[in-house]
Design a protein around this ligand. Structure first.
Ligand SMILES: *Cc1c(COP(=O)(O)O)cnc(C)c1O
Length: 355
């Protein structure tokens, strides 16, 4: 159940834009933000006036619950500019729905649809000059919500702030990605919060990922927490495996996040008559396929990089290198998806929403 809001957004513009100070050719991901931010507070279950204000730090009480109990969730999405200077969102309904599922799991209030969608569209529209044409360029959108209520009592907050900030982005290239298959640490557990985009899920990955980095691996392929035999996600992305000409990815679950990129790639693969099998892949199957040469590709899928090809993996201290192939499914699917997002190909799925 969500509260109803009929509030118009109260907008205060910056006196002068800082856009001319930004070097759009050398953006590092997620470090530059646009001129304005959107926010709306929820106090005792009542959503207040939504605001757009110049992007700036803000004050919180030291006892705010977000600092102590990590009651915080986020989303990640992008806006794309086409060759006619129109700006498009990609399946924003999916992010909205997932955001409120995350909110529910973290005992936070659900954000009313008009606040989320009007906030999103108004802010992206105001900042449309920050959206640049050309494949790879995008405006990364970060909606998030934090518990702002005070008191070091381990109980849900009575106050929350929902915010949206925007960051111009270039195409994301992480270099060659080698991964290590998790044998001890876990990203998520049954009954836990792995299916939510909850802040703590990400900080919990930092330490094991740091250990992997120290050993020369960029990412971890997470396995199921109970047995470490099933392949689940790659870092903060869903993961796909191509064995011979079939594409495999695990079904979403309490431990596997329902990625918008994942489900979009699955739909495109189906349309392209690529054989797809949505089921858990075992670590033993992956090792076997790598040994007998039937393992062709492994790639992560998520909004930031779209697809992130993996060049090899390590398991039980043995490194398996993937073959270098010409007709990569990862690249085919990435191109098809990007062409829809940038309005180069017709969007037969009805995924794109004009701002
Ligand atoms: C956000 C996220 C993904 C990817 O989701 P998209 O909607 O495709 O960006 C996958 N796994 C995890 C753990 C995530 O947090």
């Amino acid at each position: 159940m969500t509260a109803k809001s009929n509030f118009e957004i109260d907008i205060l513009n910056v006196p002068t834009s800082k856009i001319n100070t930004v070097d759009f050719d050398h953006l590092s991901f997620g470090n530059v933000f646009t001129d304005h931010m959107f926010y709306c507070d929820c106090i005792d279950g009542v959503w207040n006036q939504p605001l757009i204000r110049p992007y700036a730090p803000f004050l919180l009480d030291p006892s705010a619950k977000v600092f102590h109990y990590g009651q915080a969730i986020f989303e990640g999405m992008k806006a794309y500019k086409d060759s006619n200077d129109d700006v498009w969102l990609f399946r924003p309904d999916q992010n909205f729905e997932r955001f409120n599922n995350s909110a529910k799991r973290m005992a936070m209030p659900e954000v009313p649809e008009d606040i989320f969608m009007n906030g999103l569209k108004t802010l992206v529209d105001m900042e449309r000059n920050w959206s640049k044409k050309g494949i790879g360029n995008s405006l990364y959108i970060r909606p998030f919500m934090i518990a702002t209520g005070t008191g070091v009592v381990a109980a849900p907050s009575n106050q929350y702030r929902f915010m949206i900030i925007l960051s111009p982005a270039k195409s994301y290239y992480s270099g060659e990605v080698k991964v290590i298959i998790a044998e001890h640490y876990s990203r998520a557990a049954n009954g836990g919060i792995g299916a939510a985009k909850a802040a703590g899920n990400y900080s919990a990955q930092f330490y094991p990922t740091k250990l992997a980095n120290e050993n020369g691996f960029q990412q971890i392929i997470w396995t199921d927490d109970a047995t470490h035999t099933k392949l689940e996600e790659a870092g903060t992305m869903n993961v796909f495996f191509r064995i011979n000409d079939t594409l495999y990815t695990a079904p979403t679950s309490e431990r596997i996040l329902d990625g918008v990129t994942r489900k979009s790639l699955l739909a495109i693969a189906e349309k392209e008559n690529i054989a797809v099998d949505v089921r858990s892949v075992l670590v033993s199957e992956l090792v076997e396929a790598a040994k007998n040469g039937s393992l062709k590709e492994v790639f992560g899928a998520g909004t930031a990089a779209v697809v992130n090809p993996i060049v090899g993996f390590s398991y039980q201290d043995v490194y398996y290198e993937l073959p270098k192939i010409d007709n990569s499914m990862a690249m085919l699917l990435k191109d098809k998806l990007t062409n829809i997002q940038y309005k180069i190909d017709e969007d037969s799925f009805g995924w794109t929403v004009k701002v």
